[in-house]
Design a binder for this molecule. Structure first.
Ligand code: PLP
Length: 440
């Protein structure tokens, strides 16, 4: 049983009898049962990642709120809920998913720059733990809605600490020019802003500086900043009891070094460790990314010498990360490559009519042929949740594997079903478009 690639965790992936398996289940057998392409997640790996983080943070009074947008399949949420995870949500839809997956409202935190009145009301009615407000305008909105519901909302202020997360520009959120959070220098006005807001209580501060951050250094800077602000606001009479330290802990997709949860713990200890605050973190990617892969079949290999295009049945609508963030995903054959086989260079592409529908350029990998199955590694985060039906493609199945068993946890949503969601306007259904109807 060889390790297929560094990017498939060896605790759950292995070649057995020449076929790639996940927790002992053959990926070829799943493909046979559900068709391709599909996502498959390992419950065992989800638990492993959750426990690794929980163990590293055990010295602190800390809650782990999984950022549901990374993977909001209810079966995935339920595995993490059983481990004790709460949820960080960014929409009313995620609220519904979290609550229906066994995550109690008391473990739900609501973030996001544009929560609507309906979403805020739903969250308050459900009795969630905390709303992270991202602007003074939103504080006023929350206060009004809480007042209408006769409730007092527990609110943390999301601060923009103005630090560089040293990650991809599209996933940086903690710089002054990003849309997220309240600038630290605007806090001077806080006393005025909250005067008269009787239906909310500022219970803490929150931050989230970006995603796919690979070293503890930006966290050290940001947590240090939030510690300063906590002391300052306490000095001004605000009862800051909770600090939400956000997520963004990176994972290796290619050759990056593993993000260290121990370094994170050290950054927490030296910055906010002695403030006596209840802490929380909001990891998304780091819990689910390498627990999931996208399995696809090679439709054909197009010879365009000197180029070889491996055309998959998966496309950018199923996994948009390469097109959107130029991200790397290891691509591994499901059939174990013959030892010592000569690698071939492919452009690995999907069938969609966009040049950006490309999973990998000039990728050296074992030779593949039409009909072969391949795995796109590290696809458990921001994979299925960012998928679409572009080019009128089906939404693909999601499968959960747990100790030798597998279950389809989202079935394929076919184009027939999707067309059933649509209606022709009744005027278009008129037998003859004579032009006289409007005058009738
Ligand atoms: C997206 C997001 C997270 C999770 O980010 P990861 O990089 O997946 O850990 C956490 N908190 C907030 C507010 C977010 O928007």
């Amino acid at each position: 049983m060889d390790r297929p690639t560094r990017r498939l965790p060896s605790s759950v992936f292995a070649y057995e009898a020449g076929v790639l398996t996940l927790e002992g289940v053959s990926l070829a057998a799943i493909a046979e049962a559900v068709g391709t392409p599909f996502y498959v997640y390992s419950a065992g790996r989800l638990r492993e990642r959750y426990r690794a983080l929980a163990t590293a943070l055990a010295p602190f009074d800390v809650d782990i709120h999984f950022a549901a947008k990374a993977n909001s399949n209810r079966a995935v949420l339920a595995v993490l809920a059983a481990e004790g995870a709460g949820a960080d949500i960014v929409s009313g839809g995620e609220l519904a998913r979290a609550l229906s997956s066994g995550i109690p409202a008391a473990k739900v935190v609501f973030s996001g720059v544009g929560k609507t009145e309906d979403e805020i009301a739903a969250a308050l009615r459900a009795g969630i733990h905390q709303i992270n407000a991202e602007s003074y305008e939103e504080l006023h909105l929350i206060d009004r809605i809480a007042g209408e519901l006769g409730l007092v909302a527990e609110v943390a202020l999301r601060i923009n600490p103005d630090v560089d997360a040293e990650t991809h520009a599209k996933i940086t959120t903690g710089k002054k020019d990003n849309k997220f959070g309240i600038d630290a220098d605007r806090l001077a006005r806080l006393d005025n802003e909250v005067k008269g807001l009787a239906n909310l209580k500022i219970v803490g501060l929150a931050m989230h500086i970006g995603s796919q951050i690979l070293s503890a250094k930006p966290f050290l800077a940001a947590y240090g900043r939030i510690a300063e602000l906590t002391r300052e606001l306490r000095g001004r009479g605000f009862d800051i009891q909770r600090l939400d330290l956000g997520g963004g802990f990176g994972v290796p997709y290619e050759n990056e070094l593993e993000f260290s949860f121990d370094d994170l713990a050290a950054a927490i200890r030296t910055t906010v460790g002695d403030l006596g605050c209840r802490l929380s973190v909001e990891p998304g990617r780091s819990l689910v990314a390498d627990a999931g892969v996208l399995v696809s079949r090679v439709t054909l290999v197009k010879d365009a010498s000197p180029m070889q295009f491996a055309v998959l049945d998966a496309a950018m609508n199923d996994l948009v990360r390469p097109a959107m963030y130029d991200s790397h995903h290891d691509i591994v054959p499901v059939k174990e490559p013959v030892a010592g086989v000569q690698a071939v260079e492919y452009d690995v592409v999907g069938p969609i009519c966009e040049s950006s529908d490309t999973f990998a350029k000039r990728r050296k990998m074992p030779p593949v042929a039409a009909g072969d199955l391949v795995v796109l590694a590290t696809a458990g985060a921001y994979g299925a949740t960012m998928s679409s039906t572009y080019n009128s493609r089906a939404l693909i199945p999601e499968v959960l594997v747990d100790a030798g068993r597998f279950a389809v946890v989202r079935r394929r949503v076919t184009i027939e079903e999707q067309m059933g969601w649509e209606r022709l306007p009744d005027w278009a259904a008129a037998p003859a478009l004579s032009g006289s109807r409007a005058a009738e």
